[in-house]
Structures are given as structure tokens and as C-alpha cells.
Design a protein around this ligand. Sequence first.
Ligand code: ADP
Ligand code: MG
Length: 323
Amino acid sequence: TVLADQIAAGEVVERPASVVKELVENAIDANSTQIDIYVKEAGIKEVTVIDNGEGIAAEDVPLAFFRHATSKIKDRQDLFQVNTLGFRGEALPSIASVADVCLETALQTETQGTFYHVRGGEVTAHKPAAMRQGTKITVTDLFYNTPARLKYLSSLQTELAAISDIVNRLALSHGEIAFALYNNGKRILQTAGNGKLIQTVSAIYGIQNARQMVAFSGEDLDFKVQGYVSLPKLTRASRNYISLLINGRYIKNKQLLKAVLQGYGSKLMVGRYPIGVIDIHLDPLLVDVNVHPTKQEVRISKEEQLANLIEQTIYARLAKENL
Ligand code: ADP
Ligand code: MG
């Protein structure tokens, strides 16, 4: 029902950035190699995501808007086992229940695609459309029927920063995809999509900053860590510049964040943070299942051991630089 979708939306769709996150994750799951994101007024007015992925078969389009029809996991244990970012089959129905959604999609094998329009959970158009392979989704009038939510949105600047942060993290965890992000027609980000992490870092943080970063890698019996960190002299005053990835999925974890900073020892100025991308590989069974699937905050068994590995690896790498 529309009401059930709206309740789910309360959890999935907090702000324009959540719409961007869900749409882009779907595009990633569809094996796209190029994803273009256009937002207007920080996504409050419009979010459009265009991908060149597999597309949705005409007969499956209504299912995509039907809650749990596409759920891929049976329990939380599966979360880090599934190869897709989406797993609940909740995002599209939720978004469509609190906004206006236009979808155009086509498979490579189809001679024509599908146009589908849902507003406030009601389907208002479903017809064939001329479309090349891939999917284009446009979300407008976000929260038009839930004014309380609309009221809680922050300034355009804050909402845009949240969008930018999400896209940066998705780009960092998917170096093989070329991402472009535009706000009101102005390009904010473009990544090469050639799989080179340092090039994505450069696209996000600037080439000058990227030149000041060093690669590190280390492993023990359970974990493998690799990535890039900035040298201490290059410091930025935000924790947001440290990205943690587990098996290609970006996560949040306070203890691991602390481990990155401790790897710097006393080299960082007080209150300053480095830029860092820490890519962690582990057996999915080591991810604590007692986490809420919509939250990015993740707990790990043997967390202390992993924190030590991260700290030691970064410490040893920076020591080589004779700072
Ligand atoms: P989930 O991603 O959890 O499966 P969503 O509600 O986000 O659920 O999407 C529902 C379904 O719609 C997906 O499982 C997928 O089959 C299809 N879908 C959505 N967006 C795209 C896209 N850009 N390209 C191809 N298929 C898509
Ligand atoms: Mg999804």
C-alpha cells in the first residue's frame, strides 16, 4: 500500500542525498560503466540519474516499484554476502510514495523501452518509449505530500554537501565506473572510471592533494588493507575526508576512523584530519550482523585486531617518508 511505502520511506528517504544514494546504487547494481547525476537546487527540485546499465525489462518495471518484490536477502547475515548494493527492494517504492518519479528504461535486446510515471505511489503512465539501453530516472517534488519532512531539510548548501559526499564515496568504491555530478548545470565531479583509485582521489580532492598522498598496504591472517593517505603536512579539517570501504561497500566505524588517525601518531596538528581512502577486505562472516541494514555504521568481529593493522600499516608507511 501507499501508506506502507510512505512509512518505509521515512527510513530510506531522509533527504535528497538519500534519493541520490539509492538511485546511484541501483545504477551500479545494473553494471553501468557510466553514471551521470543531475540535481537542481541541491536535489530538492530535481534529481536525475542516467546510466548505461542493463535496463529493466518492460514486464518487470511495475515490480521494481512494488515493495520487497525484488528483495535479495533472507536475513541480515546475507548483507555482506550479496554482490549488489541493493537488497531490500524498498528504495524505488519508497521514493515513489513521497515524490514524482519518471522512469525510462530499455534492455539491450529490446527494440523499444518503457516509460513509467508514478506520483505519490499512484501509477499515472505506463507506455513504450524510444530509449537506448540503460535507465533514466527523474525524481521531482520530493516530499510534496509529506510537508513535515520537507520542513526538516537543511540549507541548499548542506543538502548539496550531503549529495556530494555520497557520490564521492560511491565513486571511490567504484573506480571502474565513470561518474559525473552536476548541480544546476554546473559540473561538480567527474571521474575517469579507469579503475585507478588515485585518479578518483584526484578527481575528488584535486590533483595537488592527490600528489601529496602515498599508497599503503598490509595484511594479517584475517584482513587485508590498502589505500592512500595524505602526508601529515597536507591536512584538511574534516573527518569526511576519510573513507572506509569493506569489500567494496563504504561504511562508517568510529574505531577504525580512530585507527587511521592514530597511524599518524603525533604528526597531525590538533583538530586536523588527513585525506584517506582505506579499502578493507575480509571474510563477510566477520561483519557483525547486529547492525541495522539501512545504517552505514558497521561493527566487525576482531575489530581491535583490524584497528591495529590499520594503525600499524599507516604508521609504518609514513615512517618511510622521513617526516
Ligand atoms: P533493491 O535495489 O533493493 O533491489 P530498489 O527499490 O532500489 O530495490 O530497486 C528495485 C529494482 O528495480 C531493483 O532490484 C532492480 O531490479 C530494478 N532497478 C532499479 N533501478 C535500476 C537501474 N538503474 N537499472 C536497472 N534496474 C534497476
Ligand atoms: Mg536499490
